[in-house]
Design a protein around this ligand. Sequence first.
Ligand code: FRU
Length: 909
Amino acid sequence: MINVKRYLFCIVFVFFFSCSNKQEKTYKIGFSQTGINDEWRKSMNQAMKIQAAFYPEIELKILEGQDDIDDQIKDIEALIAENVDILIVSPVQAAPITPIVERAFKKGIQVLIVDRKINGENYTAYLGADNYQVGTNAANYLASLSTESKRIIEIKGLLGSSPASERSSGFNNIITNTPNLNIVKRIQGNWESYSIKDSLSRVLDTNKNIDYIFAHNDRMALGAWEVLKEKGLEKSIKIVGVDGLNGPNGGIKHVQDQVFMATILYPTGGEEAIKLAVKILNGEKVAKRNILETTVIDSRNADILKNQFDKITQQQNDIEKQQDKIQLQEKIYFTQNNRLKILLGLLITSLLLAAYSIYSANSIRKKKRELEIRNNKITIQRNQIEKFAEEVKISNDAKVNFFTGLSHEFKTPITLILSSIESLSENNSIKDNKLIREVGLIYNNSKRLLRLINQLLDFRKIEDRKFVLKASETNLYEFSTRIFEDFKREAQKRNLDFSIKTNDENLKIFIDRNLMDKVYFNLLSNAFKFTPDNGSIHINIVNEANSNFVKIHFKDSGIGIPKKDLQNIFQAFFQASNNNKASSGIGLHLSKEFVEMHKGTIDVSSKHGTEFILTLYKGNAHLSLDEIIYEPDLVDNSVLNFNSDFEENEFVEVGVEDDKERYSILIIEDNSDLIKYLRNKLIGEYDVHLSDGSDGIEKAFEIVPDIIICDINLSDKTGFEICEILKKDLRASHIPVIMLTALNNKESYIKGLESGADLYLTKPFSFAVLNQSVKTLIYNREKLRYYFINNIHKINTDQSFGSIEQDFLSKINQIISDNLDNSKFSVENLASALNISRVQLYRKTKAILGVSISDYIQNIRLDKAKTLLQETQLTISEIAYATGFSSPNYFSTSFKNKFGNSPKEYRGS
Ligand code: FRU
């Protein structure tokens, strides 16, 4: 394509640049003229130009000179420098111009001397009239006029120029041999009229009876006539000049006007010079001397000659006009020729473009066809591949789905097995150590199985890119320590030096606890697997100062990984060549994926064991908002840890003492399976009340349970709404609420907290975690209760509380103290003053204070009585009535029961 373009460009270029309006000149003729001040030279130049115009191949360059020697030398040098093909010279003088002409000739330039001569023979040819003959013609003419004695004055041309000397010698030669003719005086001129006037005037003054004046040219002859006229001698002295130019000031006219008696024709030879030069240039043989004809012009032939010359001039003018016309025609011709060429060029270009377009269109069509065929082939192949891939995918999906399904299927029975074992662990009646060990074995292996199945499911999830990072701010050391604890017993058993250390126990970073737990578990499992007994495994958490990263080193003294395997160790299904133990080969792959989801890296090195280094970002700038969730601080999940201690029969005590009053739980949940499951799990320890959500609030008010477990997705009101209502109502505001939800995101967590929930557990939850959470919340409630009961008096004044319970207690205390001396003041009175039922009052105070309301009133009365006994002189009876006891005896008995002493003994002490 580029070549074609270049080709077209060349064609256009050639056409445009070959266009010109001038014919190519082959020869250059340089002419050095003596000067331009007289008509003879002008006429010579004109004749040359006219003649040269007949030769289109010739370029004529005339340097016109100043009738000055130095000037002419410079002109000739310039023409030599221009490499003229032929040099024509009319030398001002012979001697000074000879060397420069010889130099040109010796350089190989053809030299044609015209009119005046140089010395020597170093030139190609000479052209001009014979000046000697001019002189003899003049003398012979005068001799022919009379036989009487005549006196002559000779006016000579420029000294040193050949015409002057030759004309003079020709003239004198004849005069000398003609007895009646005498040259009286010779005057030296320089070809111009002014040069002779003074001398002639002087000669005439001293020489009388002069008959003739012979001047070497017509210009000096005219000057002589003017002198004669001044002196009144113009009639008596006859003048003969030289040149015989035609024209208003020419010699012929002067002859016609009888100013001159005669003039000798001295042709310029301009026309002949060009003709001769062309011959020389064309390599034709030419004579060295080329002499032009000369003749005498006097009154007898002046008219004829004038007519002839006029005709010649007329013809010359015609020729000039013709030449102008020809030039114009040429110009037009060249212009049109150029246009034609351009048009032709454009036509050719268009044709070429058209041809090229056709060619291109054809090749494009051809290529298109080829491409279509290829495309079809590719489409067929692609379809085949797609079909094949689809089949493979279907088959693969079927297999993976089968395995995934199977894995899920495995999960349920294993979860049930684990739940059953957890139940067994809570059964204190099992005392048989062997049985306990067996159960522990089942438990640990079930856990292992579950982990493997989870790994399989995680792998599938990673493949499907279904994992979403849920990073929460986590104390890294605490997090690591908890996992470390899981492996401690194993380490002890195998006498491994197992340690964890850090340089920053307070460092918190954002991790997905669930995923990072799997990473840790995998790395530690591997370390334990490949480290022989008595070896070492160390976890070192390094918070790198001045860096954005924290590094977690897992270093073991195990069998290590061969160097060649290191780079493949994180590939799925890869097994190191020295690994003879059964393994799935996806643990490290998943770990790497999980770490990379945290934008972190995992590196491995192996020297005297293996070291894995996790590099994780500090802060959360590297995570997107969707990847950050809020999770409460790490839950103490020690209840989960019992499994690792299983073999040692150290079941964690999770039950409450049988003889104690059982706590009540209200479960608000509409999933019948889950409700059944929870009821069965909790019934042994708690009074379990159930609601499907429709009457959850009513039941909570009615039962006033010790704790509520509430689902979020309920058909009537959502768990959030139920919780909010309960928490705002005095009757239930003190009851801890655990929210259960499948939603695990920041918003629902915040919503849960806003609704007043005390704990937020996401499904699937571990029953053990739920159970422990229930216990913890009840325990915390007990602590609060203890606080309340021991700070009864503070409650009125201490404004730092402010919860609904605090207000409630303040109100109760106020009403009781207002009715302290009223022995008729009853629980019913208090309940109606508070605008709640007697049972609700009973349950509420029991829940928050741990004692019945009547005992509470009694306690306040007795505490007040104790103060009065201490601080007043009132009698015991007075104090009894003042504190609302119906009789002093009843007061004394009650006082002794509470404080161990009777009122009398107390005051005495
Ligand atoms: C012209 C001229 C003529 C004369 C010739 C001689 O310049 O002076 O009048 O005949 O030169 O070279």
